[in-house]
Design a protein around this ligand. Structure first.
Ligand code: ADP
Ligand code: MG
Length: 285
């Protein structure tokens, strides 16, 4: 590969809002056969909103918002916005703890409380809540459980709409014969519902943040992989993949870990970047 030809490729792409770190990245992009996507903030807008509350809403929201006040998770912002709109005051929290890929725990008004997914539960959900949870997840909503003193007191359903171009991008990638996969820490049912909305072929859900890179490595056994993500928990997967593609709206660590950065956060630019890689290398050869 001649540096001049690569500069042309990368210089053009920068004007389109596709930042390519070096020529090797473009060369690797030319070999990719599988594209793996994070869900939240990558396929979806990353601006989750509370849509439903199951249980005694003021109590559910008070405990939830108090815990989430110290959390940096995108779901926390949705819960806090809802509490603010409902004029629910946030209580001080003692012994705050964030559990990666699960949720947060702490003492609210002297009682142990938690918010997060089913991994935080020590006893199964009562059947009524379990059914409500399944129904909401079927509707592509992420459901978090709120608990006090070891018992679930309610649910909060949160929706994050797919980006306008996600479905078009998936169709274009598949048209080029590429394998599309979603890799997410969210629940299987929600992940599948979102995958169906945008037309992703395969879903790997319930993946703990520390396990995303290993999942990418496993897919690499079949063919070279590009991973597209935005979060702190996506950084190891971005570096493990043959090509790491970070959203410009992503966390600093994701952007640093990506070989390609999509300034416009538009998944159609994944298609553009791969096409560019092809054009660049066909010209050189
Ligand atoms: P993703 O891979 O979709 O970005 P994460 O690994 O960050 O997801 O989180 C996975 C799941 O853990 C979330 O869908 C949620 O159920 C739960 N979770 C994590 N952090 C929180 C939090 N602060 N509040 C509520 N739930 C949380
Ligand atoms: Mg994300």
């Amino acid at each position: 590969a001649t540096p001049t030809a690569l500069m042309v490729g990368t210089g053009r792409s920068a004007k389109l809002g596709i930042l390519i770190k070096n020529g090797e990245v473009l060369e690797a992009a030319n070999t990719v056969k599988t594209i793996v996507f994070d869900k939240t903030g990558t396929i979806t807008e990353g601006q989750p909103k509370v849509t439903d509350i199951v249980g005694d809403a003021p109590a559910v929201l008070r405990n939830a918002a108090s815990l989430e006040a110290a959390s940096e998770h995108p779901l926390a912002a949705a819960v806090l916005a809802k509490a603010k709109a409902a004029k629910i005051a946030v209580e001080p929290v003692r012994d705050f703890q964030a559990v990666a890929g699960q949720g947060v725990t702490g003492q609210v008004k002297g009682q142990a409380a938690f918010i997060g997914n089913a991994k935080l539960l020590t006893t199964p959900l009562p059947p009524k809540l379990a059914q409500a949870m399944a129904d909401l997840q079927q509707a592509a909503k992420t459901v978090v459980i709120v608990g006090v003193a070891g018992k679930a007191i309610g649910l909060i359903a949160i929706q994050d709409a797919p980006k306008a171009s996600s479905a078009t991008a998936m169709a274009a990638l598949k048209q080029q014969g590429l394998r599309t996969v979603m890799l997410t820490g969210d629940n299987q049912r929600v992940a599948q519902a979102v995958a169906d909305q945008v037309g992703i072929d395969e879903v790997i859900a319930d993946v703990l943040p520390g396990d995303k890179a290993a999942a990418v490595a496993k897919l690499q056994q079949t063919a070279p992989v590009a991973f597209v993500g935005d979060g702190i928990n996506d950084a190891p997967a971005l570096t493990t993949a043959d090509v790491g593609i970070a959203m410009g709206s992503g966390t600093d660590i994701a952007i640093e870990s990506g070989g390609i950065v999509l300034v416009k956060n538009d998944l159609m630019d994944v298609v553009t970047a791969l096409t560019l890689a092809k054009k660049t290398f066909n010209r050189i050869r």
